[in-house]
Design a protein around this ligand. Sequence first.
Ligand SMILES: NC(=O)C1=CN([C@@H]2O[C@H](COP(=O)(O)OP(=O)(O)OC[C@H]3O[C@@H](n4cnc5c(N)ncnc54)[C@H](OP(=O)(O)O)[C@@H]3O)[C@@H](O)[C@H]2O)C=CC1
Ligand SMILES: CC(=O)N[C@@H](CCC(=O)OP(=O)(O)O)C(=O)O
Length: 427
Amino acid sequence: MYTKQPIKRREAGVGGSELSRSIDIPTLFLFVMSNELFHLTFLCFDSGCLWKDEMKVTKAKRRNAGNMFVKCSVNTKAQKAEKPIRIGVLGASGYTGSEIVRLLVNHPHFGISFLTADRKAGQPLSSVFPHLITQGLPNLIAVKDADFSGVDAVFCCLPHGTTQDIIKGLPKHLKIVDLSADFRLRDISEYEEWYGQPHRAPDLQKEAVYGLTEISREAIKDARLVANPGCYPTTIQIPLFPLLKGNLVRVENIIIDSKSGVTGAGRGAKESNMYAELAEGIYSYGVSRHRHVPEIEQGLSDAADSKITISFTPHLMPIIRGMQSTIYVEMASGVTVDDLYQQLRTTYEDDEFVVLLEKGIVPRTHDVRGSNYCLMNVFPDRIPGRAIIISVIDNLLKGASGQAMQNLNLMLGLPESTGLLSPALFP
Ligand SMILES: NC(=O)C1=CN([C@@H]2O[C@H](COP(=O)(O)OP(=O)(O)OC[C@H]3O[C@@H](n4cnc5c(N)ncnc54)[C@H](OP(=O)(O)O)[C@@H]3O)[C@@H](O)[C@H]2O)C=CC1
Ligand SMILES: CC(=O)N[C@@H](CCC(=O)OP(=O)(O)O)C(=O)O
């Protein structure tokens, strides 16, 4: 029986951890190495596991698992359904778009119909993203050339502003998950204030469901248009939402210090994202005025049922992907850190992708890299009455494309974890 306990790294060697990452776990397995040859012994405890009937040796898989696994390899690529649900990806030449594509190629029920780009339209995807060269994917096309009548759903991985103009023109039969900020703020005057332009699709805004999956699962199932949350708001709302809803922390003096990997800024060339400007240092930006503030405050105010104002400072880190939020809160009178811990435990015990670590264990971005998991924990502060919450995600997965896939799964009646159970890429 699969439990949500994180797999302990020491149970497998480096090769073992890499092989296990490529298998959709709920499967538990053991492997044994002997002499110069590697004999792999798999013990499968989960009757639903994919690879029971897919134990094939393939070149591609050997490449994935590393050449040391010469004797046996497992084809874990999900078998596609006979009639896959047809998906279009808008903005496939960007970072979140390429992550969507990477998830789609291994998704058992989704097939790719088209991939769009702007400046890179007309190019083979493999020339823009050589890491996808093995997947036989269609060339990038301009949005105007995409045939929307032939698709069931689209992921929209475009810059905010552009997004609303494009979504406005899409046929109404489509399910849409929008990764931009265009439909996240219910109050369009706040959108104008923080994004510097008036909202041009207010009716669509009314229809959109905010897609923080663990909090709004039921509404997402019935939605046609989901506004996927920003990466910082995801790390922050997941732990704080249940604590505020349960009146366990005070609404005043919430201080949030967040750090992001540089892929959070997208693939576009910017001077401040050049290696020489980033490496060996960190810097704060958007100090006291980052555009995620109203999104975070909207969610937290809903949870607390009163207006919340936060102190939020993001930082750019010289890492490719990963995000950490360190959150300082005052506990309500008579509440202890144990109470916070229990509340987080009971809220998320049935959620696959939110993992409360054992007491005292510090979440690390290393342990979520390449996965859709959010790891978190809560610690007592030295100042009596205060607590420190730490949560980490991969900004491109739970912070963007992974959560978007979780949402589309729900919108199309699939288990939300379909195609997403890969553990983190470590080391
Ligand atoms: N990166 C992250 O961690 C997160 C990003 N987001 C949001 O997701 C969205 C995509 O982000 P990300 O992938 O990082 O961005 P990128 O800059 O990496 O990619 C942007 C994509 O949009 C395309 N594009 C740009 N302008 C237009 C246009 N006018 N018409 C059509 N297509 C266009 C680009 O095409 P081309 O390259 O060919 O010009 C590219 O495919 C953004 O709204 C972002 O804010 C949300 C959460 C996290
Ligand atoms: C490092 C970095 O620049 N990060 C981006 C946030 C990326 C993201 O999640 O936000 P949106 O979906 O709202 O774009 C920023 O601070 O603007």
